[in-house]
Each structure stands twice: as C-alpha cells, then as structure tokens.
Write a protein that binds this ligand. Structure first.
Ligand SMILES: C[S@@+](CC[C@H](N)C(=O)[O-])C[C@H]1O[C@@H](n2cnc3c(N)ncnc32)[C@H](O)[C@@H]1O
Length: 247
C-alpha cells in the first residue's frame, strides 16, 4: 500500500519495502552520492554527521562501518583503528569504496549486516559506526542484532539516524493525514540534499524514537548517550546520534 502526498516533492509512505529493492536504489544513486560528498556539496555529511561521529570515537584495534555506502566515512574513521571493515549490500557503492576510498587497513564487503554477521562465528570488533544506515534497513531489529553479534562485549556502537521528531517536518510528510508518528513507515521519495534535488528514488524508514531505543536495548546495545544534531537551513535538529555499549 502507498499513499502519495500532494505537491512536490513526490513522497509516498509504504508499510514496508524489501532489502533487495532498497539495495537497487542505493546502487543507482551511488555515483551521485560519491560526487555530492567528495565535492563538498553535502554539508550535513561532511560537517555535521562525520565530525559528530569522529568526536565520539576512541582509538580501537578493530572497527566496522555498518552500511558504509561508498566508503567515504569508513576511510575517515579508519585513522582511529588498526583494521577497518566496511559493509553494505549495495555492490555499486562497494565498488566505489574499493576504488575511491581504499587503504591497506580497510576491507570492504558487499553484503548486508545480517549476511555478514551470519557468516561470523565470534565477535571481532571493538567499535562500530553506522551513519544513516539503520534507518535504511527494512528490518531494524535484525540490523541491530547483526551489529551486536559482531561486537565484543563493551564495544562502542555509534549510530546516526534521521531525527524521528523533526525529519518528517523537514521532508514534508508530517502533514500527510496517513502519517502516524507512533508507527513505522517506509518513506519513498526523490533523494535530496539541501543544495541539490534529484529524480532518483531512495527509501528511508520512519520509526518512533522509542522503537529505536527498545530495539537497541533488546539486542544488548542499550543507549548510553543521545545527541541531537542540527544542519544548515532548518531550525530543528535534523539527525539523532545514538551511542551504545555492548552488554
Ligand atoms: C543513507 S545510506 C548511508 C550510507 C553511508 N553510511 C554514508 O554515510 O554515506 C544507507 C545505506 O544503508 C545500507 N543498508 C540498508 N540496509 C542495510 C543492511 N541490512 N545492512 C547493511 N547496510 C544496509 C544501504 O545499502 C545504503 O548504502
């Protein structure tokens, strides 16, 4: 089921969407994302999200970037680790990561966190970051549970997601009569950053704040710190940074 919003940009709220469809969307937009971030056009990625994550990240032996996309942030956080791994089911994104953001200390894998965690018999990582990826995963609990499975006890987990209270206002779907803050939705729309709209579709999931908190708690990643992050051109916080310690 999907309900279109009136007026541009075209946004529709769906109950869900499969990981394979979401992966195809990120495959299609991978080249544009690389260009937006490396050219500096994406202010939030470069000047809000990346610095906030780096601020919270201590030096570790083994680090993973869950849902690493084109690897731009994996290569920045890799300076804090002896070994870094980036994983993402989008093959096009991983191909860019392997050519544009390669380093001898980084390994990239074209697979979902669920697949990656399934192949691992014991926890390996001292820290994980995940930038705007949990909100792109159709199964939030499986995304967090896979992340927990590959982390050692006491490991740090730093995730950013769209701020559930304000992102719906920023994207314009808060006024959709079908929108219900307390429910989860797949939100399909033309991808935009503040400086550039595109005609390519991407999907993110809206989840109420308490679903994020209870999903993390439920898999053994209770949240120990929350930060609200603001970007340019919008008066409310646009992103949420959640920090957990693996128990
Ligand atoms: C908004 S993009 C963010 C990418 C990257 N972290 C960045 O900062 O540019 C969301 C990413 O999450 C990935 N993703 C969605 N579901 C996933 C899953 N189950 N496991 C790992 N990555 C996933 C998508 O393929 C996509 O590349």
């Amino acid at each position: 089921m999907s309900f279109a919003l009136l007026g541009p940009p075209m946004i529709s709220l769906r109950k869900t969407k499969s990981l394979s469809r979401i992966t195809r969307e990120w495959d299609a937009i991978a080249g544009l994302r690389e260009q937006q971030i490396s050219s500096g056009k994406d202010h939030s990625a470069n000047h809000v999200l990346a610095p906030a994550i780096l601020d919270e990240l201590t030096a570790v032996d083994c680090l993973v970037d869950v849902g690493c996309g084109t690897g731009w942030l994996t290569s920045r956080v890799a300076s804090r680790a002896k070994i870094a791994v980036g994983l993402d089911p989008s093959r096009e994104s991983i191909a860019i990561a392997q050519t544009r953001h390669a380093s001898p200390s980084i390994t990239y894998h074209a697979e979902s966190i669920e697949e990656y965690a399934h192949r691992r018999s014991r926890p390996r990582f001292d820290a994980a970051i995940s930038n705007m990826a949990a909100s792109s995963a159709p199964d939030l609990e499986a995304f967090f549970s896979g992340s927990r499975r590959i982390l050692k006890r006491d490991a740090l987990f730093i995730a950013t997601v769209p701020h559930p209270c304000f992102w719906p206002l920023y994207w314009g779907y808060a006024s959709d009569p079908k929108f219900d803050y307390g429910k989860s939705f797949a939100v399909e729309g033309e991808f935009k950053i503040r400086k550039q709209a595109s005609d390519m579709l991407t999907t993110h999931f809206h989840h109420p704040l308490d679903r994020y908190m209870s999903a993390l708690e439920g898999v053994g990643l209770p949240v120990t710190k929350v930060r609200e992050l603001s970007g340019r051109g919008f008066k409310f916080p646009r992103f949420l940074l959640l920090i957990s310690r693996a128990v």
